[in-house]
Write a protein that binds this ligand. Structure first.
Ligand SMILES: NC(=O)c1ccc[n+]([C@@H]2O[C@H](COP(=O)([O-])OP(=O)(O)OC[C@H]3O[C@@H](n4cnc5c(N)ncnc54)[C@H](O)[C@@H]3O)[C@@H](O)[C@H]2O)c1
Ligand SMILES: O=C(O)C(=O)C[C@]1(C(=O)O)C=C[C@@H](O)C=C1
Length: 301
């Protein structure tokens, strides 16, 4: 089977990119969009993000065989409740949320009679909103699907095929494992960026003006990540609390070890770690997972 009618609920960065990516890669697939914010719906119409924009969530999904929820993870339950009256019985409900266990639970509880197959395209930027989307966002990026036990195999295959056609490499993973892996590869890095930028800006008088003046190197990269959407990331940390806390404890242990190495002037310990991490970066680049962001590698203003 292949999806013919896709409903996109939430038309921010992910939803708008999905609409544009479907237009680019799957020209025969019809898209209908909905966003809870009327101003976003208006902008989506103006930008032509979907073939149709509905003013009502149930109407948006009425003819959909695939519904993709592109709202903050804390809004997934409300979005599912709002579309419920319009859903066709055999429609597949998926999402793009950055954490998976609690989202899967909320969707299963809200829509007990439907096929729910959560997913997470590991692709994004620090931007948000309908104007931030671009059609190549998902190309050469992972899309992790976390199917529940006993899911309909043909529907799972169709969802994987959908993401592959948008240019992603699909990986199937257990939701608990997903949340642990993403805690360390995405959630903790964001927490570190938010914290270091907050710390620097709190160092009043001496540093405040210099934070801006000298933010050309490593710190500037942190400010990009720390500019990410506050609602989205608040929800991620509220929803992936256990895995984030577990990984944070490990990170704090390693940070403490680095502190000890600096205090003890243990240059070997530092050199060993920095050599290991340099090899990791080179390994990532060799994998060929190019960054699809249009401005990647350029100076960020
Ligand atoms: N930004 C990223 O880098 C990234 C990457 C991968 C996955 N995600 C996930 O994608 C989802 C969307 O993130 P985004 O970056 O597109 O956020 P965004 O802020 O750009 O867009 C979210 C949109 O959802 C709308 N919305 C909120 N509640 C709603 C509801 N109940 N019904 C309908 N619309 C509603 C908002 O009005 C907004 O337009 C989140 O779950 C996030 O975790 C984000
Ligand atoms: O590149 C960025 O700006 C991102 O933050 C993208 C990023 C990530 O951490 O890799 C952010 C959240 C996601 O759920 C997936 C991708």
């Amino acid at each position: 089977m292949a999806f013919r009618n896709v409903a996109i609920i939430g038309l921010g960065l992910l939803g708008s990119s999905l609409g544009l990516a479907v237009r680019k890669h799957l020209p025969d697939v019809h898209t209908t969009g909905f966003d809870a914010d009327p101003a976003v719906r208006e902008k989506a119409r103006e930008l032509g993000l979907c073939h149709a924009i509905a003013d009502d969530p149930a109407a948006a999904v009425r003819s959909a065989d695939l519904v993709v929820l592109c709202v903050p993870v804390g809004a997934m339950r409300a979005a599912a409740t709002a579309i419920a009256p319009g859903l066709a019985p055999d429609a597949v409900i998926s999402d793009v949320g950055s954490s998976k266990q609690r989202v899967a639970h909320a969707l299963a509880e809200t829509l007990p009679d439907h096929t729910i197959i959560p997913a997470h395209p590991v692709a994004g930027t620090e931007q948000s909103g309908p104007e931030a989307g671009f059609a190549s966002l998902f190309e050469k990026r992972w899309c992790i699907i976390t199917p529940p036990d006993g899911v309909d195999a043909s529907k799972l295959e169709a969802l994987g095929d959908f993401w592959r056609r948008l240019g992603s490499t699909v990986e199937i993973m257990d939701a608990e494992h997903h949340d642990m892996v993403l805690a360390v590869t995405s959630h903790i890095p964001h927490l570190i960026a938010y914290t270091i930028v907050g710390t620097a800006s709190d160092l009043e008088d001496v540093t405040r003006s210099e934070v801006i003046k000298y933010s050309a190197g490593g710190f500037r990269d942190f400010t990009r990540i720390a500019a990410s959407d506050p609602t989205m990331w608040r929800d991620v940390f509220l929803h992936n609390k256990d895995a984030v806390l577990e990984m944070m404890d490990r990170f704090l242990g390693d940070l403490g070890a680095m502190r000890d190495a600096i205090e003890a002037a243990d240059g070997d310990a530092m050199f060993d770690l920095f050599s290991r991490t340099r090899a990791i970066r080179r390994g990532i680049l060799e994998q060929g997972q190019d960054d699809a962001r249009p401005d990647f590698g350029r100076e960020h203003s």
